[in-house]
Ligand binder design. Structure first.
Ligand SMILES: C[S@@+](CC[C@H](N)C(=O)[O-])C[C@H]1O[C@@H](n2cnc3c(N)ncnc32)[C@H](O)[C@@H]1O
Length: 461
């Protein structure tokens, strides 16, 4: 009881101190103005006249409405979630709806305080101008989509990806899907990220694939090392620009592509594969990515991977005279290859091993225990991602739940709402802005197990 009383008293004292600070601050309006300006919605004209490099930037929607800003700065009231988030974003990037919502709230409050001023609406032309400027910047970075490029088509309905396909853009060809077709002719010459209507009127997104997507969708021989695991391996191996890396087996070439990017034009990758068909598959995927990159950027992807068709275990002659900053092994029985490769690994460097089963890890560790190889196992790990769903909360009938004021009781109808059903009946355009609560939960479809990763470090024994 005494303990609880002490805590209550301490809280009261803290509150009192805060109140005093608040009163002091009100007496010195310059401090408040400064604090509020830091959280305000747009740079003031004095900000623009400063040395800030953004000072020459074209005025955003906020600049033309200083009266509205002043109105908003004058207010002191609890911030809604929308306001909290929107004040943290660059003000030039805010959508028209946010500005309209702010206006509405500002006007409502100003009227009650008898300070209502005329608040002009955001000019649509300004928003459009901004979009055009952004578009021009993107175009400067990359070429338009063109024949010969590998592209990705994507159709999403509601929160789900219904269709996703990687394809080569070819003259006279058609992109076929259960959601209608698109002649390739209509795609060529557009910027990546364009949305076209299929023959049945559905919106299809056309864009360039990332390296992760390319490796997931490219033609496969054997299973690939998954990008989520590859990124962890690159970190384990501490691969840096200019490094020389040994990899085996090449498989479908996914790991080779990521290594190629990591070591860059000054680095080199030696990729060894025992099977001829897999060797061919990895080379083809590598060439396809390089040629699509050239069309996309107008410059060569570094030709830094040397693919070699041989058994790594018997490749001592191939490795003679070479040394590596790191080694990546994704092959059966890697412990049998270690005696061949470890002498060529820099001292203190890492050999990362990718194995699907824990029993294979036991074989590897047993192999190490029985050998005199100068290796220590530093880590055995698994990389797990957890995808989440986040979206506006829906009722069973497909209409949106409405955010309720704190004191209001939740109706029975809302409690029984189901955010999954009928969700496709409502298009994003119909979402009432700013008043719908969100639901967030782990995605029902998750990545299953892919592999275990082992980090072996070479030491001087
Ligand atoms: C799972 S795949 C590698 C996939 C590759 N990491 C990728 O990302 O596409 C394993 C490959 O190792 C190759 N392999 C198995 N034993 C080998 C050996 N002794 N020397 C070279 N390659 C070997 C197999 O033929 C197979 O292509």
């Amino acid at each position: 009881m005494t303990h609880r009383l002490t805590r209550v008293c301490a809280t009261c004292l803290r509150q009192q101190r805060l109140n005093n600070k608040y009163v002091d601050a009100r007496k010195t309006p310059t401090i408040w103005t400064h604090v509020l300006r830091n959280f305000s919605m747009a740079p003031s004209s004095s900000d623009r006249n400063s040395d800030d490099p953004d000072a020459t930037a074209p005025p955003g929607p906020a600049d033309s409405h200083s009266s509205r800003r002043a109105l908003l700065l004058g207010r002191r009231r609890p911030l809604s979630p929308l306001e909290r988030v929107s004040q943290l974003l660059p003000q030039d990037s805010l959508s028209k709806e946010v500005w309209e919502l702010r206006e509405k709230k500002a006007l409502g409050e100003a009227e009650t305080e008898e300070q209502a001023q005329e608040v002009p609406t955001v000019g649509e032309s300004q928003v459009e101008d901004d979009a055009v400027t952004q578009g021009e910047e993107t175009e400067r970075m990359e070429q338009m989509m063109q024949f010969g490029e590998t592209l990705l088509a994507e159709y999403r309905r509601s929160r789900r990806v219904e269709f996703r396909k990687m394809f080569l853009l070819q003259e006279g060809a058609k992109l076929q899907s259960n959601w209608g077709f698109l002649p390739h002719q209509t795609i060529a010459g557009l910027p990546s990220g364009s949305v076209l209507r299929t023959s049945v009127g559905l919106p299809m997104l056309l864009r360039r694939p990332s390296l992760e997507e390319f490796s997931l969708f490219m033609k496969r021989g054997p299973a690939i090392s998954y990008p989520k695991d590859i990124s962890a391996m690159l970190m384990m191996m501490d691969v840096s620009e200019g490094d020389t890396v040994l990899e085996s087996g090449s498989g479908s070439g996914a790991m080779s592509l990521f290594l190629s990017r990591a070591v860059g034009s000054r680095g080199r990758v030696l990729s060894v594969e025992v099977r001829k068909d897999h060797h061919r598959c990895s080379v083809l995927n590598y060439q396809r990515w390089r040629s699509t990159w050239k069309l996309r950027r107008g410059e060569e992807w570094p030709d830094n991977v040397h693919f070699h068709n041989s058994d790594l275990i018997n490749s001592a002659h191939l490795l003679a005279g070479q040394s590596f900053h790191s080694i990546a092994l994704d092959m059966v029985s890697p412990h049998l290859a270690l005696p061949t490769v470890v002498p060529h690994l820099h001292s203190g460097a890492v050999c990362a091993v990718y194995l699907a089963n824990i029993t294979q890890i036991i074989d590897l560790m047993e192999g190490l225990r029985c050998s005199t190889l100068p290796l220590v196992c530093e880590r055995i790990m698994e990389v797990q991602y957890r995808d989440w769903l986040l979206g506006p909360s829906l009722k069973k009938d497909g209409t949106f739940n409405q955010r309720k004021p704190m004191r209001e009781e939740t109706s029975e109808e809302d409690e029984n709402s189901n955010d999954e059903e009928n969700e496709e009946h409502t298009s994003p355009k119909q979402i009432p802005f700013g008043s719908v609560p969100y639901i967030a939960r782990p995605h029902p479809e998750q990545f299953s197990h892919t592999a275990f990763l082992v980090k072996l470090r070479k030491i001087l024994k």
